[in-house]
Design a protein. Sequence first.
Length: 313
Amino acid sequence: MSDPVIDVRDLNKSFGTLHAVKDFSITVERGRICGFLGPNGAGKTTTLRMLCGLLKPDSGSGEVLGLDVMRQADLIKRRVGYMTQRFSLYEDLSVEENLMFAARVRELDRRPQRVTEAIERLGLTARRKQLAGTLSGGWKQRVALAVATLHTPDLLLLDEPTAGVDPEARRTFWDEIHALAGEGMTVLVSTHYMDEAERCHEIAYIAGGRTLARGTSQEVIAASGLITFAATGPGADRLAVKLRDAPGVAMAAAFGTTLHVSGRDRSALEAAIQPYRGQGLDWYETEPSLEDVFIQLIHDLNAEKARAAAEAA
């Protein structure tokens, strides 16, 4: 196994009274795609900015690309590609002009060649003279990715890169991410989409500034300890409200016309759904989805906060 591209331990960052990132640790090997998930305000963007050298952690230790995360931020920035959540290129410049400007800022060699290669790779040839501001969301993201990878970084950090992009454009974008990883680039990507999380080699779920789960999709699901029953049939989805607060039910949620009911105590869970069997519904046990697990992680965190508040009162 090669040396990890990211290997950081116990990173912390606060803004006034807000402890945005708490004791964050992660190791990511070369060529891996790591999905970074969590609710809004979980600390994902702050963590990405610390890893790429834009923010200095208040405390912690570790290396990014073999460089000290606390003392060598300027060197880290030169070798990392970072694509921000919002489109941040110049809308009154063409695609080609944006790329050439980025190449000059980074003082890259072979600028015309690099720009042409990036344009061709991301299918932007027909739009190279088009103003960036006139592009659709999907094409803007391609330009942003071209800029982020123009200097051939060893590490690519993507902050919700496909938010607001249509499904076809998202799939094309992810095909390119996997191609880059196949060439040895390491990718850390934050996302709210569960199907994108499943496209990653591994995932990390954070909330409240803390890492709540880490591993492959299957490892995270297995570690949750959740038992899930699903129900289909007339009105199955409307049972979520009735079952949500039942003893033994940790989570009840509708997915279209299908109901998922989860808990960690099998006997209590089966007792909770028993009154609703035999009402024209088809009940069956199923594997929890990533969404089931992540909703439960948030419930667990909220319950922990409530207990702490009660003890402090």
